[in-house]
Design a protein. Sequence first.
Lengths: 93, 518
Amino acid sequence: MSQADSRLRNLDRARWRIALGLTGVMIFLYFGFIALVAFGRPLLAIQLVPGLSVGILLGAIVIVASWSLTWVYVRWANNVYDPAVRALLESGR
Amino acid sequence: MIQAAGADSAIGQPNAIAMAFFFVFISITLGITFWAARRTHTTEHFYAAGRTITAGQNGFALAGDYMSAASFLGIAGLVSTTGFDGLIYSTGWLVGWPVVLFLIAEPLRNLGRYTFADVLAMRLGQTPVRIAAAVGTLATVTLYLIAQMVGAGGLIRLMFGFSYEHAIVLVGIVMIGYVLFGGMIATTWVQIVKAVLLMSGALLLAVLVLARFGMSPAALFAAAAERYGSEVLAPGKLVAKPMDAISLGLALMFGTAGLPHILMRFYTVPDARAARKSVFIATGLIGLFYLLTFILGFGAMVLVGPDTITAVDKGGNMAAPLLAELLGGTPFLGFIAAVAFATILAVVAGLTLSGAAALSHDLWVSVIRKGRAEPGEQLRVARVATLALGIVAVGLGITFKGQNVAFMVSLAFAIAASANFPALVLAIFWRRYTTAGAVTSMATGTIATLVLIYLSPTIQVDILGHSSAWFPLKNPALITLPLSFVAGMVVSLLTPEPAAAAGFTRLERQTHLGLEPE
């Protein structure tokens, strides 16, 4: 295996670590929310200001956090992964 | 300030303004189709819009492909009648999108041409995996289509006063027109127009609601709690069974990454970078939309009232249209009705196109003709398949009239999560995956899902009227998703396949480069 090949493979591993790690965060966020819905009713019923219950706030946070995670991934892929792959492919030519 | 709508709603009567909006939408989209038809000469145009769709356009089209009438009308209705419980669905329908981005979008774009089966066929035995993937695709698409068509018939009857059958036939004809002549180019633009209309309609409605509460969502929620008790702001009886919620959550989270009509959209962009950016945009649009459903749902609860909503339609589907009528009169109701119609058309067009690709690209060209189709043959077969699927969709829509089909969408997600998603993930990630493993995994996922749904309370209690069901969960994904992974992995380990492992090395390289142009 050439040196470029093994560097490409390392880069792949880094991408899968990021992808699987972020998927794990997503699973934790959403199923954490579901677990609270199922078992944490008293907590979710607390109103922080009149009308805004913890449950509604957390629901909105899950949505915003999902989008933020996609932003984290896209930034990493654009700024780190793409340039590294391009550099490797060009050097291997 | 706060008053319930009277019984003098214009819903259910022919509404001139709704008709006018509807004809404007049909004219514009048929104009687009005419324009697209002149650009659709090759298979690559028909299935993948010549790979010329930009990331921004694809982001809107993905949102337009995904947000069905169920999410617009159904969730607003659910929130307006149950409060917080409805919001659980608002979050659930979004959380699959990051998974699509992290695991699927880029490899899919670089490894396939038109269908997700391309990714499997790249390293595994063509014929068996294409047949299995086509079965998974067609099962998902058919169930989803039935739910959309039956929903369409009911909604259009309520909003335009057409008969159910006329509504179904009309949807079928217009949808076949888009796909048959304009292929993916027309489908994409119909979805973009729909996404813009849906987002602007929902935004306008939300602003009008908030204007009555000093632009404060908390004041709106407080008004709901004041009228209907603070229970509406906390989990209620919908989630009495936590395992049901978790199982449905699994289906929604991983099913999105296995929906054939969504996956197909990633082939329409020029490269993996654009695919990535388009998911980011789609997630933002869909997330914003589901946040708006918080406002629309509670707005309808406070301003229209659950009793009025369920009096018009038992399922609560008319909450958003009733709210529009209350806040903006008949013209706004007409606009929202036309938006709901556009929503249905865009989704069924995307579904039909992906079903046609499975029939022609996977089954006809790759399995029956062994990849030796005459030039132009694939395109002709795809058009015949489109017409056939369109007619089948109309037939099924009429057959299932009056049936409770809401469960079919979550069933489609369960099959996508248990048959399509595990096969795709294992093919992309796992060197030791084999043809026998892939076929076992897809067959297990599809069959186990169908059997467990049949044995579940959804069919046994709700539809057949039995007092109990053999299988306790309403959605089987909690069992079928892990089962499909385990079956695929065990069988792969028992049937080593050197060619599939060699194919994985090729796949690893290809992940960075993309396929050569045809």
